[in-house]
Write a protein that binds this ligand. Structure first.
Ligand SMILES: [Zn+2]
Length: 283
């Protein structure tokens, strides 16, 4: 699983232009375009194939991490270009606009889930007042924000297994004939199975929590929290920062539980929401 971190925004630097870099602009933008297209393909595949592609989520995260690394390098190369190569500029602007259109689609996926999308105001390449250096620096910063936003968005499975109980009203397992509201999804499991966090964030609770038994609560961005209940073991401490995919604990049957399983809950603005919509990128 890719590890994604936010990096501080790179300041544009003045770099001497070497002859061999004169034609690097096309290569640079083409490389960025290809990576973004790979990313988009992954998203489209997820949208159409749903839960059968559950592992695509982690692949997507890795690709985004790779994208970030590549963009950083390519942007550095791009900084070598300047106004002397005006001939390449219109083509570069056209490539960037193409990439931006695809990024806008990604943004759209996020906003449909009620997550913050990222402003495009800084990237008005059509007006042509900016130097290439400024253009690429803005573009790189934008991608950093996008990557960061996605890393902190709960996505995918805390554990790869089938469900034993869904979100919503269900029969009360402790009271035959009674109904209760189930605020999360239960994943089938055996005692000791690893539990992974589904997004980067900060642990806000790790310990006993009534019916949840041994429970971990992690706060992400967008006022989102993920909760992991009935654990047999807790590997993290309150206040600890975690990265998407970290093994935070083990499946158990502590608290109000009839057998080993993982209770997974997502809360937005303090209220439980259906985690199913965060399992894949289906909209
Ligand atoms: Zn449950």
């Amino acid at each position: 699983m890719g590890i994604i971190t936010q990096k501080s925004s790179a300041q544009p630097r003045v770099v001497q232009v070497k002859a061999k870099h004169f034609n690097s602009l096309k290569v640079t933008v083409a490389a960025i375009l290809i990576v973004v297209m790979v990313l988009m393909t992954a998203i489209v595949r997820l949208s159409t194939q749903g839960v059968q592609q559950r592992q695509e989520n982690s692949r997507l995260q890795s690709q985004i991490a790779a994208l970030q690394g590549q963009i950083e390098k390519e942007s550095q190369d791009a900084l070598l270009l300047n106004a002397e190569k005006e001939g390449n500029r219109s083509q570069a602007v056209s490539y960037i606009q193409d990439i931006q259109a695809k990024l806008k689609t990604i943004n759209n996926f996020m906003s449909k889930r009620g997550l913050h999308s990222i402003s495009f105001k800084k990237l008005n390449v059509g007006d042509k007042p900016k130097s290439d250096t400024k253009l690429y620096a803005d573009f790189s910063n934008y991608l950093d924000k996008l990557v960061n936003n996605i890393a902190y968005m709960p996505m995918g499975y805390p554990k790869l297994s089938s469900f034993t109980s869904f979100f919503g009203s269900r029969g009360n397992p402790f009271d035959f004939g009674g109904r209760e509201f189930h605020p999360g999804i239960d994943f089938k499991g055996h005692r000791g199975d690893p539990v992974k966090c589904t997004a980067s964030g900060r642990v806000i609770f790790a310990g006993r929590a009534g019916g949840y038994g041994n429970c971990i609560k992690i706060r992400h961005t967008n006022n989102l929290e993920t909760w992991y209940g009935h654990l047999s073991k807790i590997n993290v401490k309150e206040g600890q920062r975690v990265t998407v995919g970290d093994m935070i604990g083990k499946v158990g049957s502590t608290g109000r539980s009839t057998g080993p399983h993982l209770h997974y809950e997502i809360r937005r603005n303090g209220h439980p929401v259906n985690p199913k919509q965060y399992l894949s990128l289906n909209l």
